[in-house]
Write a protein that binds this ligand. Structure first.
Ligand code: COA
Ligand code: AMP
Length: 631
């Protein structure tokens, strides 16, 4: 077997040869003309090739000897339901739903928004779009109506697939009123909505626009796979940018299928027929890549878990699922493990289950802190692999590739660049940094297949955001360093993005909401440390001089506004009312200093501050709401 070093070198010295060989594992309706073509940063993988993503996920297995093998296990801890689908059954459902979509005029290139909880129908809807060559855009259920409206206006879906409700521990979240409000607010109006009625809440259907999932499925004729260009979009997934307008990350069909199929054996060391579980949500990139597409491309059984690591019913939920379904590899976010560890620090619940099937744990979404890493390794007795990736990249930039032979683990590092990633740490001018020096983490172009070829409808923003600062390179917007052994350490974002429970959020978007409060003259939001979620947002509000209302009342309203406009997922629960915001002489708000004060960290007086006394006032306001305490 070729080890990591050899495979990595090959991928960098001959990207076209490397990925061309990997592409042989994918079914093509027509072979590509060129593995890699075009000018950076608009290079494309497998131009001229034709394939169908759904065919590669389902039909190759259903017709290739795995028809009776489980493709999907739906395990709902919040409803107590368990349902399994073989490859043949899942293909039958998907083909039928593709027929239902086609009956509404959805075809190749049309966009479909999927606003769904973690039910099998969400997976069916995604794959049905892929079957038709339509472009899905899944919107996470924890976003509010306004966020949904923005996405509707940006990608202009022909149709929306949704459900009557999602189920959070202790409450039923009705989706339909949110969908109705979003459509009312959006300028673009989808011509139809297909709604899954769940028993926990029934949705009011608007005659002529809304259709019942079950009735549509009963009436539909199965639809076959439509071959599409390798370079055609498979999906758009919106992610936070520095402003309120989210970025529509585009994924293509060909490069995506090749890279994800390759990753299952080489990174995760999982073989066809084995059970893989990504405990994430289909609304996030991890859910797209590793709940839905990659495990199915690879002929695995994937687990769709509707529940939480704690409280559904307890901190043993993950162990129960692993034991019951014989999971080989689990992928989740460190925050899930922190939640479990907090409830069951001694791991008593781990011992109650037979975890002999489990061979590895992969963590991503945020840096894995050493405490969590050690706890997980001690309690589970398997390799714990931190790997680093982004919505834009679709799969990992750095990983300890288990299938290529495990590398020694270094605490706090997602190991070395994955094959295909020519990664560097550079200074502000793009100059290479010495080992150990912190700078911007950038990747030399071309990016490997499976990464984003575009932002939906935003060619200039694509170039500006990612390729302008360091020409010839992709700017990850993460800062860090590479050590003497080539291990990468990812330290912090270089922009205003924060990471809350593995969810990526824009502080700029929250500031836009707060600024609209009639009593708020000025505001800032920064991420502060949180023992469970890693970071949580904290607001700073300067009130209008003539404001006579109570501060507490205004903070409560501000919290409500962020929840209503962005959604509960923002976890915006606290704000400090301050007399002024600290700024540089040129007017830039000193967010990093405010964060350090809030976290009780050491901080230096910024040389460029316009009035140093402001920081004492900020400290006092923060202490008043329980922050800025040392230790
Ligand atoms: N629909 C509606 N609301 C949702 C939702 C959904 N799909 N998902 C989350 N929410 C709500 C929650 O109910 C919560 O609301 P609340 O403020 O009323 O309590 C809020 O959004 C924040 O949710 P969450 O981030 O899940 O926090 P939590 O406190 O409920 O749970 C964890 C904390 C750590 C258990 C949870 O974040 C978790 O399991 N994280 C795993 C991380 C993950 O999946 N990351 C994806 C990348 S791998
Ligand atoms: P998202 O696009 O939601 O996947 O978020 C991507 C961001 O999460 C990255 O830019 C990092 O800031 C952070 N991130 C994800 N995985 C890791 C990791 N393993 N280590 C450090 N940061 C990570």
């Amino acid at each position: 077997m070729r080890g990591y070093d050899e495979v990595y070198r090959h991928s960098i010295t001959d990207p076209a040869g490397f990925w061309g060989a990997a592409a042989a594992a994918v079914h093509w309706h027509k072979k590509w003309d060129a593995v890699l073509s075009g000018e950076a940063p608009f290079q494309r993988w497998f131009a001229g090739g034709e394939l169908n993503t759904c065919y590669n996920a389902l039909d190759v297995h259903a017709d290739g000897g795995r028809g009776g093998q489980l493709a999907l296990i739906y395990d709902s801890a919040v409803t107590g339901r368990l349902k399994t689908f073989t490859y043949a059954e899942l293909r039958e459902r998907v083909a039928r739903f593709a027929g239902a979509l086609a009956a509404h005029g959805v075809g190749r290139g049309d966009r479909v928004i999927v606003y769904m909880p973690m039910t099998p129908q969400a997976v069916v809807a995604m794959l049905a779009c892929a079957r038709l060559g339509a472009v899905h855009s899944v919107v996470f259920g924890g976003f509010a109506a306004d966020e949904l409206a923005v996405r509707i206006d940006d990608c202009k879906p022909k149709l929306v697939v949704s459900a009557s409700c999602g189920i959070e521990p202790g409450r039923v979240v009705e989706y339909k009123p949110l969908l109705d409000a979003a459509i009312a607010r959006a300028r673009h109006k989808p011509s139809a909505c297909i709604i899954l009625q769940r028993p926990q809440a029934r949705a009011e259907l608007t005659r002529g626009r809304d259709f019942d999932w079950k009735e549509e499925m009963d009436a539909a004729k199965p639809h076959d796979c439509v071959p599409v260009a390798a370079t055609d979009p498979l999906y758009i997934l919106y992610t936070s940018g520095t402003t309120g307008a989210p970025k529509g990350v585009v994924r293509d069909n060909g490069g995506h299928a090749v890279a994800l199929k390759w990753s299952m054996k080489n990174i995760y060391d999982v073989d066809p027929g084995e059970v893989f579980w990504a405990a994430s949500d289909v609304g996030w990139v991890v859910g797209h890549s590793y709940i839905v597409y990659a495990p199915l491309f690879n002929g695995n059984t994937t687990v769709l878990f509707e529940g939480k690591p704690v409280g559904t019913p307890d901190a043993g939920a993950f162990w129960r699922v692993i034991a019951q379904h014989r999971v080989k590899s689990l992928f989740t976010a460190p925050t899930a493990f922190r939640a479990i560890k907090k409830e069951d620090p001694d791991g008593g619940l781990v011992e109650k289950h037979d975890l002999s099937s489990l061979q590895s744990l992969f963590l991503a979404g945020e840096r894995t802190d050493p405490d969590t890493l050690h706890w997980a390794r001690d309690k589970l007795g398997v390799p714990v692999i931190d790997h680093w990736w982004q919505t834009e990249t679709g799969w990992s930039i750095c990983a300890n590739c288990l299938g290529l032979g495990a590398l020694p683990v270094k605490d706090g590092s997602p190991s070395k660049p994955a094959p295909g990633w020519d990664l560097r740490a550079v200074d502000a001018d793009g100059g290479a940094l010495a080992a150990g020096a912190v700078g911007a983490l950038v990747a030399k172009l071309p990016l490997p297949p499976g990464t984003f070829p575009a932002l939906w409808g935003a060619r200039e923003r694509f170039v500006e955001s990612y390729f302008k600062t360091f020409p010839g390179h992709y700017e990850t917007a993460d800062a860090g360093y590479i050590d003497d052994d080539g291990y990468v350490f990812v330290m912090a974002r270089t922009d205003d993005i924060i990471n809350v429970a593995g969810h990526r959020l824009s502080t700029g978007a929250m500031e836009e909401v707060l600024a609209a409060h009639p009593d708020v003259a000025e505001c800032a939001v920064t991420g502060v440390a949180d023992a469970l979620k890693g970071q949580v947002p904290l607001g700073f509000l300067v009130l209008n001089a003539n404001c006579k209302r109570g501060e507490e009342e205004i903070v409560t309203e501000a919290v409500r506004m962020v929840r209503d406009k962005i959604g509960p997922v923002a976890a915006f629960k606290q704000a400090a009312v301050v007399p002024r915001l600290p700024k540089t002489r040129s007017g830039k708000i000193l967010r990093a200093t405010m964060r350090k004060i809030a976290d009780g960290e050491e901080w230096k007086m910024p040389a460029t501050i316009d009035d140093p006394k402001i920081l004492d006032e900020i400290g006092a306001a923060l202490r008043g709401i329980g922050y800025a305490r040392k230790g």
